[in-house]
Ligand binder design. Structure first.
Ligand SMILES: [Zn+2]
Length: 252
């Protein structure tokens, strides 16, 4: 029974039996890992309050061969991201980030790039509580996961996109289609030139720096809708936390 050690973020949790908890983690080295915290609900549990949602820590666990549920040996907190749990809008945004990151990979499929994106986004969410961080996270996540790859050429005819013409993104094709090929992409959604510039600009560089790019106006533009549909297409469903997020952002 090998002992594994890796940096990990708590992305959920539910009770098991009388005293235990099952904790899903997004780990740096091993992708998503589900493990039991024995006795976590006892008053004098050695885990204390460490296994709360969003907490980043060093995880040591016993890996059971041929099983999907392992056993936590130790979890030492690096950063609890406490401010994310103190206010409802931040909590809903954080919940959305961890759900998207978790849904983007299969169990035990390592993806360090997504782990680092999630870790950086939770860190920034403490000080940059806004929609821009969410949009940047969505765009980068889709790109890392291998979707939304083409933002310069038409995915059908491969011609370079003229940003002055009609612009559209096909969720099924995962990128741009030109006005001539639009008929071959019936699912296409219009996108403004401003939004396309934004999509391209936030894909590179440090996450924090990309937050200085101005977000296209939500009223004149379909960026959020395009991303919503692309995410639902990529995941095969809408994220559960998105309805909660919308209600929190609108103040219920
Ligand atoms: Zn075309």
């Amino acid at each position: 029974m090998p002992l594994q050690t890796t940096e990990a973020i708590v992305i959920g949790g539910h009770n098991l039996g009388e005293a235990d908890r099952i904790i899903p983690f997004f780990t740096r080295r091993l992708g998503k890992v589900r493990a039991v915290a024995k006795g976590a609900r006892r008053v004098r549990s050695r885990f204390g309050g460490t296994l709360e949602l969003f907490t980043l820590g060093q995880l040591v666990f016993f890996e059971w061969p041929n099983r999907t549920l392992h056993t936590i040996n130790e979890f030492s907190v690096i950063e609890p991201f406490s401010p994310l749990k103190e206010e409802l809008v931040r909590l809903s945004r954080g919940a959305y980030l961890v759900e998207l990151a978790g849904a983007a990979v299969e169990d035990a499929e390592p993806n360090e790039e997504i782990f680092l994106l999630l870790r950086d986004a939770l860190t920034l969410l403490v000080s940059h509580d806004d929609r821009k961080l969410l949009r940047t996270f969505e765009i980068r996540l889709l790109r890392i996961a291998g979707y939304l790859l083409e933002l310069y050429r038409c995915l059908v005819c491969r011609s370079a996109i003229d940003q002055r013409g009609e612009l559209a993104i096909s969720p099924a094709k995962g990128g741009l289609v030109c006005s001539k090929c639009g008929v071959q992409a019936p699912d296409k959604l219009p996108i403004s030139s401003e939004s396309l510039t934004y999509l391209r600009s936030v894909l590179v560089g440090e996450l924090q720096e990309s937050l200085s790019n101005p977000l296209p106006s939500p009223h004149s533009d379909g960026l959020q809708e395009v991303l919503r549909v692309c995410i639902a297409y990529f995941l095969g469903k809408s994220p559960r936390s998105s309805a909660f997020l919308t209600r929190c952002e609108q103040g219920f």
